[in-house]
Write a protein that binds this ligand. Sequence first.
Ligand code: SAH
Length: 199
Amino acid sequence: MVEYLKTKGISNSFVLDAMSKVPRHAFLDSSFLEFAYTDQAFPIGSNQTISSLYTVAFQTQLLDVNPKEKILEIGTGSGYQTAILLEMGATVYSIERHRDLYRKAKKMLKSLNYRSSLFYGDGYLGLPEHAPFDKILVTCGAPALPPLLISQLNLGGCMVIPIGFKEQIMTHIRRDLDGNIAKKEYENFQFVPLLRNKE
Ligand code: SAH
């Protein structure tokens, strides 16, 4: 898996290390176990999917995670991406709008001894009571940049967010020390949509 990700351009050794340590099979339905380390998205219930390995690696590399950073993730889903960020030493707050997924992810992360703060709610609003964050990672496709998220980013912080409808352009947004926003766009991906309100 690590060799495959390297051929796809993932070179950050901390990302590759974390991905080789977190057991992806633990976050999948038993029917997909034999494919756990192949580069595909799989159903995780509630009509949602766990992102493909390359997507997780790409987003994590772009976020440039450092130990002790305070990171907000929108779209906990299976909890796999959350585990990758935790494995890299970050402090992670993650929001999910499906109660069942929120519960399942909480149970799984706990059973693997990962300590995170998971929330059931609408990530479009961010998590104002725990802001500001060093970094924000959105793991669902946002039709546009959610305005409240930027305001919860520390000066000097950054956000990685896929923006678009049918397909999404992976977008890196930096909030510089003066509060100015710089946007950089990367390749296209396909995510389940960011939807409003809780299920
Ligand atoms: N990071 C996840 C990816 C799951 S797919 C993983 O590693 O498995 C994206 C998730 O975003 C879905 O579970 C979906 O329910 C959730 N989502 C969509 N809109 C949301 C919102 N407004 N707030 C919180 N979660 C949301």
